[in-house]
Structures are given as C-alpha cells and as structure tokens.
Design a protein around this ligand. Structure first.
Ligand code: TXD
Length: 320
C-alpha cells in the first residue's frame, strides 16, 4: 500500500519540527511547503540526510509550489507569523488572515480530500476562516490547540504531584487563549479527579488555581523566554497526535478546535475547543459535555472572545 502523504504548509519552527517527528515516526511521505523555497528545500534535504541515521524511509521534499501537495492525505498548516513578546494572539489577524486565504485556495485546488489541521494563530478564528475559504467539509478541518493546552496542564499537574505525566489526564475546553477553560472535575491522576485530590490533601485549591492560570498563559510564558518566536516542540507533538489518529483511524478523543453544531452550551457554527473523536472520517463525534453553571460562564466568555476575533476577520475580509 502506498505511504500516506503529509503536506506541511509552513516550514518554520513548528513546520520543521513536524517534519522531523513525522519522518522519525515514518507516518508518511512529507512535502514541506513555504513561501521561502530555500527554507523548505533546505530543511527537507537536511532531514533526508538524517533519515539514514534514524533508519526511516519517508521521502521528504521541500517546495513553494502548491502543485506538489497534490493528493495529500493530511495537511498541517503553520504558515504565517508567530507572536513577539508582549503581543496578544489576536494581534496576528492582520498578517495571518491573508496567509490562510492563500493556503485554503492551495488546498482546495490540490488536496481537497485532505484532513486539515490548522495551527496558525489566532487559532480558532484562523481555522474557521480556513474552512470558509476552502469550502472543505467541516469534519475534515480542525484546529490544534486543546492537545497542547491540556499537555501543558498535565505537565504542571504532574510536577505538582511529582508523579509521571503518563498518569495525569486533563481536559480543556474553549478557545485557544487566555480564556480557555480547564475542566478541573474531568482532570485526573490515575482516574482520581482533582477535587478529590484536594480533599485528599495532595494539593490545595489555591495551588490548582495557580496552575490553571499558568496553563492559560502557557504560550506567553514561552514567548517571553524565547524572546523571538513561540513554542514549537509541544505544538508539533500535539498536531502529530491528531494526524496519527486520523491516518491510523485510532478514534482518539482529543481536545480540538472543531466546528460546533450545538453539542456544547448550544454553540453553533463556530470553531471552539471541544473533545472530539478523530478517525478516518475526520471528526467523527464531539462529546456533548454538560457544563455546570460556572463552567458554562467561562466557556461563553471564551466563545465571546472567539466571536470578537471572527468579527474582526469579517471586517477585513467581507467575503467571509
Ligand atoms: O497552539 C497553537 N495553535 C499554537 C499556534 C502554538 C504555538 C504557535 N502557534 C502559531 O503557529 C504561531 O502563532 C504562528 O502563527 C504559527 C507558526 O509558528 P512557527 O513558530 O512555526 O512560526 P515560524 O517559525 O515563523 O514559521 C512560519 C512559517 C515561516 O517559515 C514563513 O516563511 C511561512 O510560515 N509563511 C508562509 N508559508 C506559506 N505561505 C505563506 N503565505 C506564508 N507566509 C509565511
């Protein structure tokens, strides 16, 4: 059987890391696309030369010609610009909306059957615009943010409990940004929810509140430390987990930005983070979690933040 074809649109920090992981995992043949052809070709050649050392046979090509993504099974989009220190994700709209329009047109023309994972910020609005511009089925277009946000939450919790990250599960909802909603009662260590761990005196409410806050601002913490650019290892790992679930029909239930049609708090037509089953048909199911009053309030605040960015996009691009 032919190997899967994975198109990575954007060959910057996340794009390059995605190519590296996909090649090491031998997930498929890889096309690394960037407007800077040299960046795409250079990284592809470097990785191709690494392949004999790690012993995998994925073919890796660099290009700035959309025709080369023809027939891709998966497209992962990182094209655009990252944040600079002190910048909010929403400040990227002006630059990234135009990029997403070009990318959507390229995918629509050359890889309309692909499962598309958008990473470019501001995430929830960019994935919404990508789906609109491309006209692809909403179940085949998702955004990556929740896997990353919940991984950050898991890491901080594992550090708090000094236990393995493998035994910590965390659930997050809502938009990617400082209004995201970590669901404490669905976050567990070995199946034991955090509220019970507080009762067991493993931690305190204050410490959990601080962890939630750190999770919400997790992206900014890295932007500040790096001084130039934003996180890339954890975002790349997170998108690969989603792509793998699609390519191998694993039906993982992962927090993704998906287009809701009323499953959570009655929200419709917007892309917001929710637990979704990813299989060979794309988004196969969205968990219709019933929120408690305080969670619903936080969720709706997050939804309002996403709506505001979408309104700004519509102002810039009346066709949306
Ligand atoms: O959770 C999440 N979704 C995120 C999102 C977590 C971290 C970073 N996130 C966002 O991903 C970030 O705010 C950016 O919008 C994207 C990509 O981040 P990355 O760190 O990879 O940015 P780089 O290194 O600047 O790479 C972007 C590449 C760069 O090589 C540009 O030349 C290219 O995008 N680029 C384009 N490629 C194709 N087509 C067009 N038009 C284009 N414009 C720029």
């Amino acid at each position: 059987m032919a190997r899967a074809k994975i198109a990575l649109i954007g060959a910057g920090m996340i794009g390059g890391t995605l190519a590296h992981i996909a090649a090491r995992e031998e997930l498929g043949d890889i096309v690394l696309f960037d407007i800077f052809e040299g960046t795409a070709k250079g990284k592809a050649l470097d990785l191709s030369e690494a392949a004999p050392v790690f012993g995998k046979d994925s073919k890796i090509r660099g290009t700035s010609d959309y025709a080369e993504i023809a027939g891709a099974d998966v497209c992962i989009i990182t094209a655009g610009f990252p944040r600079k220190p002190g910048m909010d994700r929403s400040e990227l709209i002006g630059k990234n909306l135009g990029v997403i329009k070009q990318v959507a047109e390229g995918i629509k023309e050359h890889a309309p059957k692909a499962f598309v994972i958008c990473i470019t910020n501001p995430l929830d609005a960019m994935v919404w615009a990508l789906q609109k511009f491309s006209g692809l089925q909403p179940r085949k277009v998702v955004g990556m943010a929740g896997v990353l946000d919940s991984a950050r939450f898991r890491y901080f919790l594992a550090d708090e409990f000094q236990c393995s990250v493998e035994d910590v599960h965390a659930s997050v909802l809502g938009g990617h940004g400082d209004t995201m909603v970590p669901l404490i009662r669905y976050s567990t260590v070995n199946g034991v929810p955090i509220p019970d761990l507080i009762k067991m005196k493993w931690t305190t409410q204050e410490r959990i509140d601080a962890i939630v806050e750190r999770t919400r601002k997790g992206g900014g913490e890295i932007v500040k430390l790096l001084g130039n650019g934003s996180a890339f290892y954890a975002p790349a790992e997170s998108a690969i987990e989603m792509a793998t679930s699609y390519l191998r029909d694993k039906k993982r239930i992962l927090p993704c930005a998906v287009r809701l049609s009323g499953q959570i708090a009655g929200v419709r037509g917007l892309y917001v983070g929710a637990p979704a089953m990813i299989g060979s048909r794309g988004v196969e199911k969205v968990m219709n979690i019933r929120l408690k009053a305080d969670e619903r309030e936080m969720f709706m605040t997050s939804v309002a933040a996403v709506e505001k960015i979408i309104a700004d996009c519509q102002e810039m691009e009346p066709s949306l």
